[in-house]
Design a protein around this ligand. Structure first.
Ligand SMILES: Nc1ncnc2c1ncn2[C@@H]1O[C@H](COP(=O)(O)OP(=O)(O)OP(=O)(O)O)[C@@H](O)[C@H]1O
Length: 869
């Protein structure tokens, strides 16, 4: 945005210089006790924050807008600005205004952007706050994901599908990329993200590698296992560069970078993450899987759970390890509760240690660190003594960091204030000078009483009082009755109605000592505190590991808790190719049914030999989508190591889950929704594998019936006949015509979700049974929805007519022939019409006897187009 230079005063000159250095950022300019904004920034800030916008004269003829708030309200206002998508540059006074005669030196001390934020009020407790950095080269994209609030730093590279999936899983608060890629970013990933484009120069392999090597103080990136990710390295280097640019210099807590190990995780494409409603997005209120699953005891556990949900595993061993711990915890109620109790004490150790790295932890947080380490030690004890090997491993790895814990215990007061300037942070007996100064400053009362007592005796003025005021400090007050007893060396300072006030050299000297002492105490406490903070940075790595382990334990405990609470069972995970769910439920819907309603359980069986594809028909509202989703969710939960909502479940490991929901739900994109649906489906067909699970919900409904049937039919056929990948598929559809498929393709089976017709009403039984269903009951559902009776009865009439026309039991082929016949008959009437001529030719060229139903349908579609055109 154009920034109109603000002229005149030296202050404004300084402002303009700083402002120009941070284009695109809203500048909070510290003036005395206030943060001020000017011009455009002031207009924005007053709008976002609801603070008063004023105008002030600026030179002879101009006015400048102005809006500000007290500096101590920064914690309240800054998050609001950042959440409103502003980049905020905080400009502070870099020297004490008292010590300078000219204008105070000022500079930007931090640039807070949505993706580079760590303040408790800015970042969400239960989710990570990632900055994503992208680098493009031909068809490959490098990505780095960095959360400054937790120190997590990851990288990967791959094609745009993969990067898209990662962006969906990690849902970064900000995405950065080189300026020349602005257009291609938008084209590939849309406008779902807050983005910032950087100059291109830092995007080189050399510069990035050097930045990383320097940051981690290593000679090679091999130790991190990322050395082959040449594009990922560039993205990661630029991420660090960006932190530096935004004035984040203390980054010891970013202590390692890891590769996202794609091969370890079940692939969930971004549509699945959305369609299965796993974690929801920031702005919708739908109840999602995580809402049901999250009973963690710590924010870091909550964040790890979210990661496990979008990145389930696909190797048997680690999944079983998790399941076994959960089983053990369920069987040991007391131990489970004790561990949860301790984890609650630990709190957000991960973000706490990050603040130590950033050197921004306050005294109370450091004391919390001590408490967390104490609780860690208790957990270590419990785990080490358990019979579960996995828990013992966690116990062994936990590091109680005894030395530093004792040091904090010894050096800090037990309950210090949040702000160091309040004083009383460093404990007694740590520093002699501090103790001495404290005695002077705070032992003062006794000392003054002594003076008072002594002088009262000498002068024989029993009512003599020592007191203090802001005008002339400590004084002696003598009532008028005794004023003639005052020694001559006392200096009179004030006369009241019935008393006189005096000062003495002794009092003045004492006063100077006290005032000096307070300042010295503050300086000394600050120094000692910072030394302690600095020493703590050496413990970042072990404490980060503790945080990881405790978060893991928290999630496993959480799985045990919800398994008990929601009656989940341990799934049987194996390397076979069967998915066999008995009495399965939808974990979210079952929790949100209207009072008195019970979730109807269902069995789903899929394998690659006899029942690879299930076509599920059934009326609207019958529960088809719920069934598809619950199958996906049960597999997912099993592979994240959780028990599952079913009576019994066998899960032959799945490597990819694809979900597509027929268009018409996915609005708000420029493309035709049908086109989008076809694109998405194409990407499934091109990526599936033998272990994939595909959930197709009314694919094809976004177009004309015959088009839709044809496409759905062709997809099912393709999935069945795929030479190498017998992907297990659930296919919900309204097109009963698809029930014909089972006759030609032996691994395709028909099922339907049952309903019962009672008089004019239908009752949803929600049971999945073998066989196709006859009709849709769409009109019944319309009635349920309160459609006017006239519309309903007319719809019924039309339906009857249509059904009557379709002579009972006729196959698609026959009905197509009939249509052809009608078309041929039509030809006899107006032969000259060029459209009809064209259609006639098309029909004449058809080899009806060799035509497959699908080809017939497509032909029909072609004919329809000709007529429409
Ligand atoms: N097994 C079940 N037990 C109880 N209630 C269920 C069950 N399955 C679904 N429901 C309820 O029925 C509603 C409709 O289910 P769902 O959306 O799956 O139907 P559908 O057959 O896919 O409908 P449509 O064809 O109109 O999309 C759900 O929102 C849920 O409240």
């Amino acid at each position: 945005m154009a920034h109109t230079a603000i002229k005149e005063t030296p202050l404004m000159q300084q402002y303009n210089t700083i402002k120009a250095k941070h284009p695109g950022a809203l500048l909070l300019f510290r003036v005395g006790d206030f943060y001020e904004t000017f011009g455009e920034d002031a207009i924005k800030a007053s709008g976002i924050l609801g603070i008063v916008l004023t105008k002030r004269a600026n030179g002879a003829a101009t006015h400048i807008e102005l809006a500000g708030f007290p500096h101590h309200s920064l914690d309240t206002y800054l998050p609001k600005l950042v959440r409103a998508g502003q980049r905020v540059a905080i400009c502070d006074q870099l020297e004490d205004p008292k010590t300078t005669k000219t204008i105070v030196k000022r500079g930007v001390t931090e640039l807070v952007t949505p993706g580079v934020a760590y303040g408790d009020n800015i970042v969400q407790q239960k989710s990570n706050n990632y900055l994503a950095s992208l680098y493009f080269e031909k068809n490959t994209i490098g990505i780095a994901l960095l959360d400054i609030s937790t120190g997590e730093f990851l990288t990967a590279q791959g094609n745009s599908d993969y990067i898209d999936k990662l962006l969906q899983s990690f849902s970064p608060s900000e995405v950065i990329f080189p300026k020349n890629r602005n257009a291609s970013f938008k084209e590939t990933f849309g406008d779902r993200f807050y983005t910032y484009a950087l100059d291109e120069w830092p995007y080189t392999g050399d510069y990035a590698t050097e930045t990383l090597l320097k940051h981690f103080e290593v000679k090679s990136l091999k130790g991190f296992g990322i050395e082959k990710l040449n594009l990922g390295i560039v993205a990661a280097g630029v991420a660090l560069h960006y932190l530096n640019e935004t004035e984040h210099k203390n980054l010891q807590h970013i202590s390692a970078i890891g590769r996202i190990e794609e091969e370890k995780y079940l692939w969930l494409d971004r549509f699945s993450i959305r369609n299965l409603e796993l974690i929801g997005s920031h702005n919708d209120n739908a109840v999602t899987l995580v809402d049901v699953l999250d009973h963690t005891c710590s924010p870091m556990g909550a964040r790890m759970l979210r990661r496990w949900i979008v990145m389930p595993l696909k190797e048997r061993k680690p999944i079983e390890d998790r399941l076994n711990v959960v089983e053990y915890l369920i069987a040991h109620e007391e131990l489970k509760e004790e561990l949860k109790q301790q984890i609650r004490q630990i709190g957000d150790l991960e973000r706490l240690i990050s603040k130590i790295g950033l050197q921004k932890a306050n005294p109370r947080e450091v004391v919390q660190l001590k408490k967390a380490l104490a609780a860690t030690n208790v957990i270590k004890g419990i785990c080490s003594q358990s019979e579960s090997a996995a828990l013992r491993t966690i116990g062994e790895q936990l590091n109680p960091c005894v030395l530093i814990r004792e040091k904090i215990e010894k050096e800090l007061q037990a309950d210090p204030p949040v702000m160091i300037i309040k004083g009383g942070v460093i404990a007694e007996g740590i520093n002699e000078e501090l103790d001495r100064l404290r005695k002077i400053a705070f032992g003062g009362k006794g000392y003054l009483l002594e003076i008072q007592k002594r002088e009262a005796e000498i002068t024989r003025i029993p009512s003599l009082k020592v007191a203090f005021n802001n005008v002339f400090g400590y004084y002696l007050e003598v009532s008028n009755a005794h004023k003639d007893k005052v020694p001559t060396e006392w200096i009179r300072k004030q006369t009241l109605v019935n008393a006189e006030r005096y000062i003495t050299p002794e009092l003045k000297e004492y006063e100077e000592q006290i005032l000096g002492a307070e300042e010295k105490i503050l300086a000394l406490e600050t120094r000692l505190y910072n030394e302690l903070l600095y020493e703590l940075t050496q413990y970042i790595k072990p404490i980060q590991l503790n945080a990881q382990l405790v978060a893991q334990l928290d999630v496993l405990l959480n799985f045990a808790t919800i398994a008990i609470k929601n009656y989940y069972v341990k799934p049987d995970i194996n390397e076979g190719s069967i998915i066999d769910i008995k009495g399965g439920r939808h974990p979210v819907i079952e929790k949100n049914l209207p009072l008195g309603e019970e979730y109807i359980t269902n069995d789903v069986y899929l394998d690659s030999d006899s029942q690879q594809i299930i076509i599920i028909t059934g009326p609207n509202m019958a529960g088809k989508s719920a069934l598809l989703r619950q199958t996906g969710l049960i597999v997912l939960m099993a592979q994240m190591g959780s028990f599952v909502p079913a009576k019994e479940a066998t899960v032959g490991l799945v490597d990819k889950i694809f979900t597509r929901v027929g268009a018409s739900d996915n609005l708000s994109s420029g493309e035709s929704t049908f086109m989008v649906e076809m694109n998405e489906t194409a990407s499934i067909l091109n990526n599936l594998s033998d272990r994939s699970l595909i959930l197709l919900d009314e694919i094809g409904r976004g177009t004309s019936t015959y088009d839709g049937i044809s496409i759905a039919w062709a997809i099912a056929e393709y999935l069945h006949n795929h030479p190498s990948a017998k992907a297990k598929t659930l296919f919900a559809t309204h097109y009963h015509e698809l029930n014909e498929l089972t006759n030609s393709f032996h691994r395709i089976k028909n099922f339907n979700v049952t309903v019962k017709e009672v008089g004019h009403k239908i009752i949803f039984l929600r049971k999945l049974v073998p066989g196709g269903s006859e009709h849709s009951f769409g009109i019944h559902v319309a009635k349920l929805a309160g459609m006017p009776p006239r519309v309903l009865s007319r719809a019924n009439e039309i339906l009857k007519k249509l059904e009557a026309e379709r002579t009972g039991g006729e196959s698609i082929k026959e009905s197509i022939k009939k249509v052809q016949k009608q078309a041929v008959q039509m030809q006899m009437f107006s032969i000259d019409d060029p459209v009809l001529v064209k259609i006639r030719d098309m029909l004449n060229n058809l080899e009806v006897n060799t035509l497959t139903p699908i080809e017939a349908l497509m032909k029909l579609d072609e004919i329809q187009r000709v007529i429409k055109s």
